[in-house]
Ligand binder design. Structure first.
Ligand code: FAD
Length: 320
């Protein structure tokens, strides 16, 4: 018996969401009185693995096959299924990020394992295995009981946080697994520019909508984001009009994010936009229309002209 935690990596570094999964999986293993085993796929440095060791996992398994450097959901599913079977894993943890969303459901079918996608809290193991998850685009919670022998949980980014509890001196074991040939070919990769925070990993997000009038005005959004160390996002019409790239579009048809703080500037708060952001811990809305629907979902609201208010906030943040 063990808890297997998939440590999602990008460019040889374990992602923050992967380290959160490590923190969470280590606690689940403690609850179940079993071992927390991390799994990394592809080329990754010993230092990066050591970073994962700080979050309470007991050992890390590594499959170093270079063909795993490019993420492929089908290949990853096959490899993780084989490792899980080899390790007799009874709980498998993923981050509910893009890669976790692609692999966890496939693995669930492959292993006939119940899946809780988008967990927001530790399981209740006092009487079975019951996991709280958010449903209806973050409008409600459900407590899901998993009765299968193998259980899979994908954890919402920023829901559990990073809980350091180890020295980092974690044992690393190279294991050999049959890696199938990829059916897709990766021809390019787009990543955040150096110094920019990737949106899916960000705990602070500054987002702009059509209220900003045009791409030439985006400086007030990016200045505030840089001052805070935040990622930038936007509403769909903004991406559709090519004011901002489509990977920044959040909502029902864009990315779903769950940062600790979401600052919405000049965004009306349509239900389709809220579907992607209402799992944020705190929402701050800046809008000149006091009747804008977003205020109903906001923790803090500022009624006024974004072009006057946002630079003042940026200056205040810079002084902190
Ligand atoms: P608007 O609705 O035009 O709002 C602009 C806001 O800016 C207004 O509230 C205005 O008061 C405010 N404003 C104007 N000037 C200022 C100023 N100077 N200072 C401060 N505030 C100002 N939308 C998404 O975002 N994501 C999605 O994934 C998405 N998916 C969709 C899927 C479907 C099937 C459909 C039908 C729609 C979808 N939409 C989505 C579109 C959505 O319905 C809204 O049209 C969109 O979110 C509105 O974008 P917005 O708030 O930027 O623009």
């Amino acid at each position: 018996m063990s808890v297997l935690i998939y440590l999602d990596q990008a460019d040889g570094q374990i992602k923050k969401s992967g380290l959160e999964a490590a923190s969470y999986g280590a606690k689940v293993a403690e609850q179940l009185g079993t071992t927390a085993v991390g799994l990394v796929l592809g080329t990754i440095s010993a230092e990066a693995i050591k970073a994962a060791g700080k979050y309470g996992i007991n050992k890390v398994l590594q499959v170093t096959d270079a063909s795993l450097d490019a993420f492929d959901a089908q290949v990853y599913t096959t490899v993780i299924a084989e490792v899980a079977t080899q390790q007799n894993a009874n709980v498998i943890i993923f981050s509910h990020n893009a890669n976790g969303k692609a692999v966890a459901p496939r693995l669930s079918v492959r292993l006939k394992a119940g899946l809780v996608a988008g967990a927001v809290a530790l399981p209740d193991t006092s009487n079975g295995f019951i996991v709280k998850k958010s449903v209806f685009s973050g409008k409600a919670f459900a407590n899901v009981a998993v009765n299968t022998a193998v259980k899979i949980v994908s954890l919402n980014p920023n829901a559990y946080g990073l809980k350091a509890s180890g020295s980092g001196d974690v044992a690393v074991e190279n294991i050999s697994v049959t890696v199938p040939a990829a059916k897709v070919k990766v021809t390019g990769k787009s990543t955040a520019a150096p110094g920019e925070v990737p949106l899916s990993e960000a705990s602070l997000v500054v987002s702009g909508g059509r209220g900003l009038k045009g791409p030439e005005n985006w400086g007030i959004v990016t200045d505030l984001a840089h001052a805070l160390g935040a990622a930038t996002a936007c509403s769909r019409p903004v991406a559709d009009a090519h004011w901002r790239p489509h990977n920044e579009h959040v909502g029902q048809t864009g990315g779903a994010i769950s940062p600790n703080l979401y600052i919405a500037i000049g965004i009306s708060g349509a239900i389709q936009h809220l579907a992607g952001v209402n799992r944020s811990k705190y929402i701050v809305v800046i809008n000149k229309d006091p009747e804008a629907p977003f205020f109903k979902a906001a923790d803090y609201g500022i009624v006024g002209d974004a072009f006057e208010i946002v630079p003042k906030i940026t200056e205040a943040v810079k002084k902190l």
